[in-house]
Design a protein around this ligand. Structure first.
Ligand code: SAH
Length: 222
């Protein structure tokens, strides 16, 4: 079997789903959305054969498509339903957006690289995902024109708590955010769950992660 065929082998999809289940992804709707999203469409040709391995992979512009486990975990923690308006910062390949789009009413996604956004948009079109609105922009500002959101997910690490983005959540809304841990506290990054309350927000620390950094401004390169 060639690498390309392996990427589309349905048994590899089932194997990935079983692995995710073993790793504690118990939400059937999340697993279903992953099962119906062909990850080989979102990786470069050279990596198609590895599309269903549980690993992050490089994409254009020096960025990465997240590990399926991390996508599944973040999606599960986001507790999305089909009435919700969701914001993603960091479109990248568009894979996380495509998974979320199958679970929510409308998905807004922002990317600072035009090249990545264009490729991701083609994939949304190819999959017939008509409930995705994608734009090139600076996600450190959120998407004020479309706020408030029921859910917000950052797929690039914030240097500190992004209060301005959290302000774009509805009360009771949830944000899932990878955030830098100060060097004095051991460094690295932590995935946190933010629940917006009337008074402010609650924070729950979930697990250590490794994302590319969230960088201010639209990329000057393509
Ligand atoms: N969700 C992606 C993973 C993307 S990696 C996927 O499923 O493939 C993180 C992405 O965030 C990168 O593409 C990076 O360019 C983008 N990014 C970083 N800072 C950003 C910012 N300020 N605004 C928008 N996108 C940003």
């Amino acid at each position: 079997m060639s690498d390309q065929d392996q990427g589309r082998d349905p048994s590899r999809v089932i194997q990935l789903i079983m692995t995710l289940r073993r790793q504690g992804i118990t939400d059937g709707k999340v697993l279903g959305a992953i099962e119906r999203t062909p990850r080989e469409l979102f990786v470069e040709n050279a990596f198609e054969g590895q599309a269903y391995e549980n690993n992050a992979l490089p994409i254009e512009c020096g960025q990465t498509i997240s590990q399926p486990y991390v996508v599944a975990f973040m999606t599960m923690k986001l507790e999305v339903t089909d009435r919700m308006k969701v914001l993603e910062v960091g479109t990248g390949s568009g894979y996380q957006a495509a998974v979320l789009a199958r679970l929510c009413r409308r998905l807004y996604t922002i990317e600072r690289y035009r090249t990545l956004l264009k490729e991701a948009q083609k994939r949304f079109d190819k999959l017939g995902l008509t409930n995705v609105t994608a734009k090139v922009g600076d996600g450190t500002k959120g998407w004020p024109e479309q706020a408030p959101f029921d859910r917000i997910i950052l797929t690039a690490a914030a240097p500190s708590m992004p209060e301005n983005i959290i302000a774009q959540l509805k009360t009771g809304g949830i944000a899932i955010i990878p955030i830098d841990v100060p060097a004095a506290d051991g460094g690295g990054q932590l995935l946190v769950k933010i629940t917006k309350t009337d008074a402010g927000y609650e924070r729950e620390d979930l697990l250590p992660v490794r994302f590319v950094p969230m960088v201010e401004g639209v990329a000057r390169e393509l």
